[in-house]
Design a protein around this ligand. Structure first.
Ligand code: UDP
Length: 603
């Protein structure tokens, strides 16, 4: 079959070429003289492989010849641009000129049909303009992704493969030329992926410009000629990963003002962020290519649903994108990283959205607690979750309490996510239940007792019994439920004081427990006081904790909300803290940090 032989020919040329370039690069990199290549040869290999596969068609199809020559021209111009500091202008102008010439040759968007209508609209002069814009956008997006190991080639291969499947699924609305182009680009790109060397391609983008141009052309020549929704959206979904990476790098650069976005030579890249977070090169590549596979599946789903209405398709796309982002977030939490628990620096507070935070792990917490127990004065530990951070923006009393606390340990996936977005060294959350256990261990090690205050009647006693069963030598000074009256309060304070526990666990819910502790801290004279929220309910066994995989994926909040739908309003804190972090991230660096007192975040 013609398609199969084209695929095999392009793959058969690309594979050995990629191996030769890879070996040559290894040899070159091993020698002194700098690790960077002067040009990214992936684009050249791609063009040679395409020329070999299209050879029988070139005389009968002048458009294929034009596409190939255009690609060659772009590669040469972009390779010159690679060696020039402001070269990206030149590369973009090169792509625009080639796109205009192609448009003149008939490779152009000429008609579209509109949503909710069967009518075709002729684009006239707008067609070539859209074509030029689209090809420039595709090339720039792929060039933006060029610094990520193997991503431009991987995305191109997967995207072209998807477009080919689309052509097979819907021959009536696609052209044979699109199918031929797609299948050969797929065959020429994928074999190169395992050999793409990040270091050597780090500065050279000629290949990525060429790859982006070829993917763009494939969508323009009519992989989808019909159905406005697919024409408009499918190409965008297909280049979703480079689009995402470029948007991130522009957004990151926005901190330095719009001039930096337009004129900056080097940008903060998405993969830099992920690498800084401790993910390996191959993990980053895997994540981004996995994202492409997901988006390509979405494209195939949309093409399969071609008869379904525009509104339903829109809903499907939005739901799939939301699910994809959610899944990506969970995956990022689950993947093992180089800077796991051990390497998080202990000591030295960081500031998250105006709040001090100790980037500690549970092991650090145990040591710190033992240290507090040796000292003679009372200490307060606060474990803010997303809702506490959001609330503290407008609750001055809570903010002051967090500010003055001896230890502020991050609790909740929202806080860790916000810290990650802001690139703060907070990688692990100290979940309330784990923190309680560590404090009890510290107390047992130092032969001090614990006092449990809060929860419904019986909860504190049951939690105490369970803790004693788990921690050898743990002494319990007393238990008291949390539904006491104002009149009973002095008596409770006196009871705690007289029993002289080393640790006081207060479970009255945020922010009441923190305010209660602050109010009585000196009077109680307990070395460690901590608000533990619903932890006693879980430790007592009255409420179940989320399964371990959900805890590891940072989804404990989801489990708790599913179990207790009344907690639903609290979920608002999650998007709020993410939004606050994004605003902080995009704030120009010469603007002073948003003062929480101004209360803008929490409104
Ligand atoms: N609670 C209490 N007295 C009160 C209100 C609440 O003892 O007047 C207890 C409640 O029984 C629960 C805990 O405080 O055990 C609050 O748990 P929640 O899950 O709301 O707190 P979070 O962990 O979200 O801070």
């Amino acid at each position: 079959m013609d398609y199969l032989s084209s695929f095999l020919t392009s793959a058969a040329v690309a594979l050995p070429a990629a191996v030769i370039v890879y070996l040559w690069e290894r040899w070159r990199l091993a020698r002194p003289g700098g690790p960077y290549a002067r040009a990214d040869f992936s684009g050249l290999i791609l063009l040679i492989a395409l020329a070999a596969a299209w050879w029988p068609h070139l005389t009968s199809n002048p458009q294929l010849t034009a596409v190939l020559f255009g690609g060659g021209l772009i590669f040469v111009i972009a390779a010159v641009a690679d060696n020039w500091s402001r070269g990206w202008w030149l590369a973009i102008v090169g792509v625009a000129v080639v796109a205009a010439l192609l448009s003149y040759q008939g490779v152009t968007v000429s008609v579209v049909n509109l949503p909710f209508s069967q009518n075709y609209v002729s684009l006239g002069w707008l067609g070539p303009v859209i074509t030029v814009l689209w090809l420039v956008i595709c090339s720039v997006l792929f060039a933006q992704a060029a610094t990520i190991l193997a991503v431009p080639l991987g995305v191109a291969g997967l995207a072209a493969g998807t477009l080919f499947l689309v052509c097979l699924l819907q021959p009536a609305i696609t052209g044979p030329m699109a199918a031929l182009m797609a299948v050969t680009i797929c065959g020429a790109s994928l074999p190169q992926v395992p050999f793409a060397r990040w270091l050597s391609y780090a500065r050279a983008r000629a290949g990525a410009y060429t790859v982006g141009y070829l993917v763009g052309v494939t969508s323009v020549v009519g992989a989808l000629k019909d159905t406005a929704f697919l024409v408009a959206l499918v190409p965008l979904i297909i280049v979703g990963v480079p689009l995402f990476a470029a948007t991130y790098s522009y957004a990151a650069e926005l901190r330095r003002g719009w001039r930096a976005v337009v004129f900056a030579e080097r940008r903060g890249h998405l993969h830099d962020l992920l690498l800084r977070q401790g993910y390996s090169q191959w993990q980053v590549t895997g994540l981004l290519l996995g994202g492409t596979v997901y988006l390509c599946s979405l494209v195939l789903l949309l093409v399969w649903m071609i008869e379904v209405t525009f509104v339903v398709k829109t809903v499907v796309v939005l739901a799939a994108l939301a699910f994809g982002l959610f899944f990506l977030y969970a995956l990022l939490r689950l993947l093992p990283r180089a800077d796991g628990q051990e390497s998080v620096a202990a000591g030295g507070k960081v500031r998250l959205l105006g709040m001090p935070l100790d980037p500690i792990t549970l092991t650090d917490a145990l040591e710190e607690a033992e240290h507090f127990l040796e000292e003679d004065h009372p200490h307060m530990i606060v474990t803010p979750d997303a809702s506490a951070v959001v609330r503290a923006q407008r609750d001055q009393e809570l903010r002051e309490i967090i500010e003055q606390a001896d230890l502020v340990a991050p609790d909740g996936a929202g806080v860790v996510l916000a810290a990650r977005l802001l690139n703060l060294p907070v990688n692990v959350r100290c979940a309330g239940c784990d923190m309680v256990e560590q404090l009890c261990r510290a107390a047992a090690n130092k032969r001090r007792a614990v006092y449990l205050l809060g929860g419904e009647p019986g909860v504190a006693e049951e939690a105490a019994a369970n803790l004693q069963a788990r921690i050898a030598g743990l002494q319990v000074a007393g238990c008291q439920h949390g539904y006491f009256t104002d009149e009973e309060e002095p008596q409770i304070v006196e009871d705690i004081r007289s029993k002289r526990p080393g640790v006081l666990l207060v479970a009255l819910g945020i922010p009441r427990q923190e305010k209660w502790i602050k109010q009585h801290l000196e009077e109680l004279d307990v070395p460690i006081c901590i608000g533990v929220g619903g932890s006693l309910d879980v430790i007592s066994g009255r409420k179940r904790r989320a399964p371990v995989w959900m805890q590891r994926a940072g989804l404990e909040w989801l489990y708790r909300t599913l179990k207790e739908p009344s907690r639903l309003p609290r979920l608002v804190a999650l998007p709020k803290i993410v939004w606050m972090s994004i605003r902080e991230l995009l704030r120009p660096s010469d603007t002073p940090p948003q003062s929480p007192q101004e209360g803008k975040y929490g409104q």
